[in-house]
Design a binder for this molecule. Sequence first.
Ligand code: FAD
Length: 287
Amino acid sequence: MAETTIDSTLSFEVFPPNSKVGVDKLTKTLDDLKELHPSFISVTCSNHNVDYEKNTIKLAKHVHNELNLPAMVHMPAAYVNKEQVSRILNELEELNINQVLALRGDIVDDHAPETDFKYASDLTRFIKSQKPNFEVSGACYPEVHPESTNRIDDIKHLKEKVDAGCDQLITQLFYDNEQFYRFQEECSIANINVPILAGIMPIINRKQALHVLENCAAHLPKKFLSILDKYKDNPIALRDAGLAYAIDQIVDLVTNDVSGIHIYTMNDSETAKHIYKNTSSFFKFED
Ligand code: FAD
């Protein structure tokens, strides 16, 4: 039988906590995630630029310095200016952190702040002009960005972002792999040839499912809706079914040669550990 080589990467997203309990939980989560050999840990930023440097940058430094893991810093174009970006990039370079996820950032109440960077591609171009050796990632949307008028324009703008210097893309969460495969094909037709990491957020309770439906513009396939319905009065069974669904999704993606899986951990290591235990043989881990 022909030997198959699978070299997908595994990475995780965490967010800066805003309470003492949250800090304690994240400390344990990061210790646990370290054991799962992530290719990097990405650190989100708030959509209001609340203490961006005190939260996101500080946590990324902790991941890099204390845990000795590659850190990726989320940077919101809508909430930073050129002077601040230059200063932060210099600081990151001194620390040997060279991965940035350049985002437009969520606009709150449809009110876009005055900014030096209108789109993520503007920030990407600026980062690359300042630090050509930095690895810049960008966000992408298998089910189309909610503000986009249509799929074609969304892909066209994504191509502009890649041409501006984006080295890698990370998807918005999705629950239907067919949507992802279609998107991959559209990227390939548009000559978008950078690695695309699949963003996966296991749904382990009803609250999370409602959040995804309301805020993430990701559709839940019939199969998933029937799981939600079947286990509406049984949270433990719902959690197990949600994890099994995510594992199934990941195994399918990895066996179809996805570049990487990026897990939205919600700062919870139990879910990540469970997924790792059931899928680790499918990943390539650096020594
Ligand atoms: P852009 O690439 O700038 O695109 C935004 C919209 O503008 C799209 O509809 C695009 O088609 C359109 N567009 C782009 N260029 C042009 C152009 N030249 N002319 C006209 N239209 C154009 N948000 C946070 O606040 N903090 C986070 O930490 C965070 N992390 C994220 C991580 C991932 C992996 C993903 C997928 C999203 C994340 N987000 C985060 C959400 C993100 O900020 C929002 O989805 C935001 O609305 C769009 O960001 P973007 O970088 O995709 O923007």
